[in-house]
Design a protein around this ligand. Structure first.
Ligand code: ZN
Ligand code: ZN
Length: 415
């Protein structure tokens, strides 16, 4: 047994290389910040090696550990909870100013913080997000290249494959992840180029229509209309960073997405998949919107965590992203609930509550917050994707003159 549960180590290394090359496209002399869980150290070392091989000037490792973080939440006083010394913001903001490349390795236990007070988690998260605003703005506006990938971890693997032994579950999750990031027998970098070209073709098609609104309907109870921001741009696959290089913000990625008008949303959205929200699962939930704002919510499980999210700030009750993923995409075809948004959002059409991506509107990267708000851009410390796509989802595009175009039928592209 190696560190990777019997998976061919060269494939794992290929994955690390893919994250460094196709993911953030490390340039000679560039600083690289790697954020990961302590137990992912073996994979993180590969990333560091590959980054230096690609010419990185410095690789900065930032390890965290959900077990210690849980102990922190269980033990610290409210006073300590709200302490965010300057260095905590600066530890990320500095590297954003330095135009570093940011690699995040996700894959912690989806229920790591189950049972903890969601308000305490949200309070801390909001303070950290605010302190690290410069870093957050740099990634949301694509000023710097960044990527999120995932690596298995025992609690997560057992959650996804509860009937397998821990070892088998780990091996299976590794196999699935490698498959979703197109690592197999062929050339993964080439496979990604083809995939990105396909997504960009769909973006061109959607951009040519420039719909004013989209209407969603399915048998779960979703009946919902959302406005799209004036001048919205559909994006998908790779993006261009302010530093001039192309990068892939998420690996895997199957979505194309754009900016909704956060003032225009009416009706009800019903979740198609559970949502892992700061270590708490929210299941079978429903959001009702009026004039762009969530006016009512209910969940069979995890309702408190959902409410804590919605109560964070005004923007948390409004939408910041609309994304299309056909039912039957390679990830949805796996018929596996990953309990990790990186995978689950790529299995299903989704929306995000909270902050918009300024690059998804024409000229957005040079607009002030006031200018973005004027076209319907949303602002919040949160950005949380939630999945609504089902095998019977119908999406209709509505043009400015009121005419309609069928965009999705039975969960897949109709145009
Ligand atoms: Zn998305
Ligand atoms: Zn998102």
């Amino acid at each position: 047994m190696n560190d990777f549960y019997g998976i061919d180590e060269s494939k794992i290394r290929e994955y690390a290389r893919l994250a460094v090359r196709a993911g953030v496209n490390v340039q000679p002399g560039q600083k690289v910040v790697v954020r990961c869980e302590a137990q992912h150290y073996a994979f993180a070392r590969m990333i560091a090696e590959e980054a230096y091989t690609a010419g990185a000037g410095e690789v900065v490792m930032k390890y965290s550990d959900t077990v210690c973080t849980r102990l922190y939440y269980e033990n610290v006083s409210d006073e300590v909870l709200t302490e965010v010394p300057d260095w905590m913001g600066e530890s990320m903001n500095y590297y954003a100013r330095e135009k570093a490349a940011f690699i995040s390795v996700s894959g912690s236990n989806p229920e790591a913080y189950k049972g903890l007070d969601p308000k305490r988690l949200q309070t801390r998260s909001n303070l950290l997000q605010t302190a690290q605003k410069e870093f957050r703005d740099a990634t949301m506006m694509s000023l710097v290249p960044w990527t999120i990938i995932a690596v298995p971890q025992e609690d997560w693997a057992k959650k996804v494959f509860p009937d397998l032994s821990e070892e088998d579950a780990m091996r299976r999750l590794w196999e699935y992840i490698l498959k979703t990031v197109r690592i197999g027998d062929g050339d993964a970098v080439k496979a990604w180029e083809e995939h990105v070209a396909f997504l960009q073709k769909k973006c061109c098609l959607m951009n040519s229509y420039a719909f004013e609104k989209l209407h969603y309907k399915n048998s779960l109870g979703t009946d919902f209309t959302v406005g799209l921001a004036k001048g919205h741009i559909w994006e998908g696959g790779s993006e261009k960073a302010g530093t001039g290089v192309t990068f892939l913000a998420n690996m895997p990625t199957e979505e194309i997405f754009t900016m909704p008008d956060c003032r225009v949303a009416e009706g009800t959205l019903v979740s198609a998949l559970p949502l892992s929200l700061k270590g708490t699962l929210v299941k079978n939930f429903k959001l009702t919107f009026h004039e762009g704002c969530v006016t009512d919510c209910a969940a069979e499980e995890g309702e408190e965590a959902l409410k804590a999210l919605l109560e964070t700030d005004e923007g948390s009750r409004r939408l910041g992203e609309v994304a299309f993923v056909p039912y039957g995409s390679p990830i949805s075809a796996m018929k596996t609930l990953f309990y990790n948004t990186l995978f689950d959002e790529n299995a299903s059409c989704h929306f995000a509550l909270g902050r918009c991506y300024p690059t998804t509107v024409a000229g957005g990267e040079n607009m002030s917050e006031a200018e973005l708000s004027a076209v319907g851009g949303n602002f919040s410390v949160n950005h949380v994707d939630f999945m609504v796509g089902t095998s019977d989802l119908a999406i209709t595009g509505i043009l400015a003159d009121g005419s309609e175009v069928e965009v999705f039928r039975d969960g897949v592209w109709a145009i």
